[in-house]
Design a protein around this ligand. Structure first.
Ligand code: SAM
Length: 289
C-alpha cells in the first residue's frame, strides 16, 4: 500500500471506521514527494533518533525510518492505533506512543526512548497547536534540529527579519534559540482533507550559544512582548505601558543610551538591539532607575 495514495488512504481509513478530526488538525499528506523531501531535509543518519508528532497513517514515519536510527512517533488519536499497526507492521526501528505530546516531559522521553542517539524532531504538525508545540520543543533544549511543516503564515513570522510586517515576538523567541530556515511550500492540494491555507516546511537549528550575552533572559522576553503588544506605538510608549516599572521618559532615556532614536518602533529593532535595551533596563532596575 502506498501511504500517500489518496484512494489507498480513503479505503484504509474507511475499513477502520476512521473519521477525520478538525480539532486534532488532521490533514494527511497525499503527495509522495512531500514526506520524502521533509525527511531528506531533516539531515538524518543511523545515529539520529527522531521524535515525530502525529504520524497519521504513517507516510512521514515510514520515510524517517528509512533514514534514521530510530523513530519515536507520538499520536494523540487512539483511533489510528489499528491503522498504524497495519501500515507500519514489521518496521523495527519505529515505536508509536499514544498520548498528547504536549503533556510529555520531552527531555525524559528522549532519554528513555532514544538513548545514545542524536535527538531531532521531524513532523507535519497539527496546525492548531503549532505555537505551544514549537515553544515546548525549544524549551526542552535537547533537540539539535526541528524540521516541521506548519502554516505558511506562521513560518513567515518565525523566519521574519526586523523591519518586515511579519516580524514579531514569537519569531524573536524562536530566533533567540535557533537559526531559522524557510525551506519550501506545500499547496493545499497535497492533503486530505485539504486545508484552507498554504503550508511551509521550516528547519530550526539549535544555537550552541545564545546569540548575545543578556543579563536577564526573562526580562528580554518581557521587553520583546511589551514592544509588540502595542505594535503601532513608539517603542518607548510600548515599554512604559507594558513593563509597568518604567516611565515614558525613562524608556526614552534607555533607548537614547542604547543609540536608538527615542521615537523608534519595536519592529525596527533587531534581536541584538532588544538585548542591548534589556541590559540597559536591567542595570537601571537594579539601581532603582
Ligand atoms: N504525519 C501525518 C501526515 O503527514 O500525513 C499526519 C499529520 S496531521 C497534520 C497531524 C497529526 O497530529 C494527526 O495525526 C493528529 O491526530 C496528531 N495530533 C494532533 N494533536 C496532537 C497532540 N497534541 N499530540 C500528538 N499528536 C497529535
Amino acid at each position: 500500500m502506498e501511504l500517500t495514495n489518496y484512494n489507498d488512504i480513503r479505503a484504509l481509513l474507511s475499513r477502520h471506521g476512521f473519521r477525520f478530526s478538525k480539532s486534532l488538525g488532521q490533514n494527511f499528506l497525499t503527495a509522495a514527494w512531500v514526506p520524502e523531501r521533509i525527511a531528506e531535509e531533516a539531515g538524518l543518519d543511523e545515529q539520529t533518533g527522531v521524535l515525530e508528532i502525529g504520524p497519521g497513517v504513517g507516510c512521514l514515519t515510514e520515510q524517517l525510518s528509512l533514514r534514521a536510527g530510530k523513530v519515536l512517533a507520538v499520536e494523540l488519536d487512539k483511533a489510528l492505533k489499528p491503522v498504524l499497526a497495519e501500515t507500519l507492521e514489521g518496521k523495527e526501528n519505529i515505536e508509536i506512543l499514544f498520548g498528547d505530546v504536549l503533556k510529555q516531559d520531552l527531555p525524559a522521553l528522549v532519554k528513555e526512548k532514544l538513548p545514545g542517539l542524536r535527538p531531532v524532531i521531524c513532523a507535519n504538525l497539527p496546525y492548531n497547536v503549532t505555537t505551544p508545540l514549537l515553544t515546548a520543543f525549544l524549551e526542552a533544549g535537547c533537540f539539535e534540529t526541528v524540521t516541521v511543516m506548519i502554516q505558511r503564515e506562521v513560518a513567515k513570522r518565525i523566519c521574519a527579519p526586523a523591519g518586515t510586517p511579519d516580524y514579531g515576538a514569537f519569531g524573536l523567541f524562536v530566533q533567540w534559540h535557533c537559526l531559522t530556515e524557510l525551506l519550501f511550500d506545500v499547496p493545499p492540494s497535497c492533503f486530505v482533507p485539504q486545508p484552507k491555507v498554504t503550508s511551509s516546511v521550516i528547519r530550526l537549528t539549535r544555537r550552541e550559544e545564545k546569540p548575545f550575552p543578556v543579563q536577564d533572559e526573562q526580562l528580554l522576553f518581557r521587553v520583546i512582548r511589551a514592544a509588540f503588544n502595542q505594535r503601532r506605538k513608539t517603542l518607548s510608549n510600548a515599554l512604559s505601558a507594558g513593563l509597568g516599572e518604567l516611565s515614558k521618559e525613562q524608556a526614552e532615556k534607555v533607548l537614547e543610551n542604547c543609540g536608538f532614536d527615542p521615537k523608534i518602533r519595536g519592529e525596527a529593532v533587531e534581536l541584538g538591539g532588544f538585548v542591548k535595551i534589556t541590559n540597559e533596563i536591567a542595570g537601571k532596575l537594579f539601581s532603582n532607575l
